[in-house]
Design a protein around this ligand. Structure first.
Ligand code: HEM
Length: 420
């Protein structure tokens, strides 16, 4: 994007009216905003933050900057709508005490052991997908690979039977799509339908698991149903909506991590060659290989953050980055911009897969920091590492097609062949 164009978009920046060239590459616009107007007053009265230090300050002060969305979402969805009930019951859009209660249960269920248990199934799943791709000589990076992984992993985590997983991805896309800055009637309708269908589905699944509980040390849903030993339990509504959230949270975000990474490597051939060489040099040291892939996954998360925007509401007047925000101010936290802040990252516009001390905010920060980050990193490492080991010379065969969303950054399609 030409510098004048970035300045022009930044000077009238409005999340509700984003031009297509912004969605293709928002970073030049974010750079202008970060330099000239890092706490920007938006046309609708909200505030848009782009500096790393300011995001960290807001994340740290959860007593002032609330995640509770009752006030904001009542006019957006209508107080009786399924989307309103869903979002205002999920932990990510709540403050203590509900947030603390649900988070404790989820963290207790997403143990190292529960995550380690998923690894053999993950490896088998990825290898099966790679076999199919090898037989065809290529396919679509998103449909045939990136999107096929999280749905199975999160399905395994909650014990959703294999033959019932078909609708999960569509539901998830529809519910999260309704969080976009612009809610079209179609997006609203699809989101409402998806919440109702998912509730119907989960009621049956939960009732079955109540009758036939599994080992709570290994099965996340059983653990969430039974609650903590100290008597902390979720109500049925809390349980169902937080299961929906778990199924959705681990879905599109992880698909986009894997898809964005493989497209990025195609666009940065020297970085790809360097990564392949380092992995080859470490071929007899599995721990070293894991460390190389871990650093690469974190750099992909920084460089093309799959979740670009977060939101908070100021419960009282507060100052951020030298700007006074009034009580009730709605704040958008631009993760995509802060992850390229030169105050924190050297050469931020460069993909550097061995970047040291990568303090990106792709998983957020503070009390709401992503509860699934270990699982997401594991999925990223295994999927990207095994794909590269199998198809080191893969190349895109047509330009990839973007999802066209501001909040969740990723591709819908990316056709490729396994050999250039
Ligand atoms: C690359 C993949 C992922 C990314 C980029 C991502 C990103 C995020 C971000 C930015 C937040 C914080 C939201 C806020 O502060 O308002 C969050 C919260 C959360 N994520 Fe993830 N996530 C990913 C994968 C996952 C997976 C695989 C799971 C589930 C197993 C998961 C479960 C959660 C949960 C439960 C929360 C809410 C935490 C809370 O509010 O305390 N995420 N995620």
């Amino acid at each position: 994007m030409a510098p004048e164009r970035a300045v022009a978009i930044a000077s009238t920046f409005d999340l509700r009216a984003l031009p297509p060239d912004f969605l293709a590459n928002p970073y030049p616009v974010y750079a202008v905003l970060r330099e000239r107007d890092p706490v920007r007053a938006m046309p609708d009265g909200s505030w848009f933050l782009t500096r790393h230090a300011d995001l960290v300050a807001v994340y740290r002060d959860a007593a002032t900057f609330s995640s509770d969305k009752h006030v904001e979402f009542a006019p957006k969805y209508g107080p009786d709508s399924p989307l309103y009930e869903h979002h205002t019951t999920s932990l990510v859009f709540n403050d203590p005490p509900l947030h603390t209660r649900v988070r404790k249960l989820i963290m207790g269920a997403l143990t190292r052991r529960a995550i380690a248990d998923l690894e053999p199934g993950l490896v088998a799943l990825v290898d099966g997908l790679l076999d199919r791709i090898a037989a065809q000589g290529g396919g679509d990076l998103i449909e045939d690979f990136a999107a096929a992984i999280p749905v199975e992993i999160i399905g395994n985590l909650l014990g959703v039977p294999h033959d019932e997983r078909g609708p999960l991805r569509g539901w998830s896309l529809a519910i999260l799509g309704a969080l976009e800055p612009v809610l079209t009637p179609q997006r609203r309708q699809e989101g409402e339908r998806a919440v109702l269908d998912m509730l119907d589905y989960l009621r049956v699944l939960v009732a079955h698991r109540r009758r036939h509980p599994l080992d709570p040390q290994r099965d996340v849903l059983t653990r969430l149903i039974q609650g903590e030993a100290d008597g902390e339990r979720l109500t049925e509504t809390e349980l169902l909506h937080n299961c929906i959230f778990l199924l959705n949270a681990g879905h599109e975000t992880t698909t986009n991590l894997i898809g964005n990474a493989l497209v990025c490597l195609h666009e940065w051939p020297q970085e790809k060659t360097r990564l392949l060489q380092r992995l080859h040099d470490a071929r007899h040291q599995p721990e070293q290989q894991e460390a190389i892939l871990s650093a690469a996954v974190d750099e992909f998360l920084r460089f093309e953050s799959s979740n670009q925007l977060g939101n908070r509401r100021a419960l009282r007047a507060a100052e951020v980055g030298g700007v006074r925000l009034p009580e009730g101010a709605l704040v958008t936290l631009c993760i995509g911009a802060t992850n390229r802040d030169p105050a924190v990252f050297e050469h931020p516009e460069r993909l550097d897969l061995s970047r040291p001390n990568n303090r990106h905010l792709a998983f957020g920060f503070g009390v709401h920091q992503c509860a699934g980050l270990s699982l997401a990193r594991l999925e990223g490492r295994i999927a990207i590492g095994r794909f590269l080991a199998r198809f080191p010379r893969y190349t895109l065969s047509a330009p990839p097609v973007r999802g066209g969303r501001a909040r969740f950054r990723g591709f819908l399609r990316a056709p490729f062949v396994t050999e250039a």
